[in-house]
Design a protein around this ligand. Sequence first.
Ligand code: NI
Length: 136
Amino acid sequence: MMYVTRREHFSAAHRLYNPVWDHAKNEAVFGKCNNPAGHGHNYYVEVTVAGEIDPETGYVVDLKELKHIIIEHVIRKVDHRNLNTDVDFLAGVIPTAENIAHGIWMQLVDRIPQGRLHQIRLYETEKNFVDYRGEA
Ligand code: NI
């Protein structure tokens, strides 16, 4: 099995809070990420496709195609947006790295042109990242 990854970047704002909780509990759980005016991150997303090498092309997946799909269905929707309010596939969830990675997976899983989606890795900072590999 071969694994092929495309990396993309977006900048976005978010605020972590649970509307069910009061201010004190949100402050205690989320700390400065609960700042009411929000804050920004430079996110990096790495989309990994698994598959066999196509003997005709030598590719698992055409990265040009994969790039266009990621831009159309993810980056265009999140870049320079407020993740709490502006993104259809994040409606109703707290926009943590975990939930963003899950949302990106759902956007892409049925749109991979060759091979199958293996992993979404989302960097929220240089030091913090999450990996999602689907339900299995
Ligand atoms: Ni944050």
